[in-house]
Design a protein around this ligand. Structure first.
Ligand SMILES: [Zn+2]
Length: 276
C-alpha cells in the first residue's frame, strides 16, 4: 500500500539570538544584530527545496528590519506574529499585552498589506495563568494560535492539553489551536518537534518520532529559530538552565534541517489548517 504523504507545518520563530534569553527588551541595545545575515541564510535553505513556511515575526525585529519582512513575504512565506517584546505573557498585564499585540500586528499588516491570522506566544507562554491572552487574540482577529505546549516544564506548557489541532472557543471568538508536536509513549508525552529538542536527539530519532505523528493520521508542527543556523553567534554569560539548551549542538542544525526538508513535506500553518 502506498504511504500517505502528509503536509506538515513548518514554522520559524523569527527573532535575533539575544531576544529569546529572558533579557528584558529595554536592555537589548548593544547586542550584535545578526538577523539580516541569518535570515538570508534561512531563506536560501528554504529556497533550495522550494519550501514555504510560517514566520512568526517578533515585532521588535520587524520594526528594526522592515526590509527583511518584505523579503520573506515576497518569497511566498506566511507572515504571522510572535508578539512585540518577547516577554513571558503570564508576567504581563492584559493591558500591556493588548497594546504590544496591536502594535506588532498593525506594523506587519501596514508593511505587507496582508491580514495577520496566526500567533505564537514567546516561550509558548500561554499557560493556565495567562489564558486571558486567548480573549485578546480573538479580539484582534487571530484565526489560529500555536502557543499551548502540551508538556509542562519550568517555563511553559499545560500538561494534558490536546496534542493535535483543536477548536478553542472564548466567548464570541472561535479559533484553532495548533500545538507544536509531541509524541506519547505510554504515559509520557515527549516534546519532539524543533528548537533544542531537534539538536538534542540524533536526526534518525527525530525522523522516527515525526513519522510516528504522520502515521497516527496527523500533520506535525516543526519550529526553528534563525539563530540556530548560526553557531558563530556571540557567547554570553547566562543562567545555566538557559545556556544548557541555547548553545547545545548548534553546529548540527543546518545539516539536520536540510535533511528534514528533503524527508518531509511542509507548508505554512495557515495552509495546513486551510484558513483563507
Ligand atoms: Zn521566541
Amino acid at each position: 500500500m502506498a504511504q500517505k504523504t502528509f503536509t506538515n507545518a513548518l514554522t520559524i520563530d523569527f527573532e535575533d539570538w539575544y531576544q529569546g534569553l529572558e533579557i528584558p527588551y529595554q536592555d537589548w541595545d548593544g547586542f550584535e544584530d545578526r538577523i539580516d545575515f541569518v535570515g538570508d541564510k534561512l531563506l536560501r535553505i528554504l529556497g533550495e527545496t522550494d519550501t514555504k513556511a510560517t514566520f512568526f515575526m517578533l515585532g521588535y525585529i520587524a520594526e528594526k528590519h522592515p526590509e527583511i519582512v518584505k523579503k520573506i513575504e515576497a518569497e511566498g512565506h506566511e507572515i504571522a506574529t510572535h508578539g512585540f517584546s518577547h516577554t513571558l505573557i503570564y508576567n504581563q498585564t492584559p493591558e500591556v499585552y493588548r497594546e504590544e499585540m496591536k502594535r506588532a500586528i498593525g506594523f506587519l499588516e501596514g508593511l505587507t498589506g496582508q491580514k495577520v491570522v496566526g500567533h505564537r506566544a514567546p516561550f509558548f507562554s500561554i499557560t493556565k495563568d495567562s489564558l486571558w491572552a486567548l480573549d485578546i487574540l480573538g479580539e484582534l482577529g487571530i484565526r489560529y494560535d500555536s502557543s499551548i505546549f502540551p508538556v509542562l516544564n519550568y517555563r511553559y506548557g499545560i500538561a494534558g492539553a490536546p496534542r493535535f489541532p483543536y477548536e478553542i472557543e472564548r466567548g464570541e471568538y472561535k479559533f484553532t489551536e495548533f500545538p507544536v508536536s509531541t509524541l506519547k509513549i505510554g504515559k509520557v508525552t515527549l516534546p519532539i518537534a524543533g528548537g533544542a529538542y531537534f539538536r538534542i536527539y540524533p536526526y534518525a530519532l527525530s525522523k522516527q518520532f515525526l513519522k510516528a505523528v504522520n502515521r497516527a493520521g496527523q500533520p506535525f508542527t516543526f519550529y526553528l529559530h534563525p539563530w540556530e543556523l548560526d553557531p558563530e553567534h556571540p557567547r554570553i554569560d547566562l543562567p545555566r538552565r538557559i545556556s544548557a539548551t541555547h548553545y547545545f549542538n548548534l553546529g548540527a542544525t543546518e545539516r539536520r534541517f536540510k535533511k528534514l526538508l528533503r524527508d518531509f513535506q511542509f507548508a505554512p500553518m495557515r495552509e495546513v489548517l486551510n484558513i483563507n
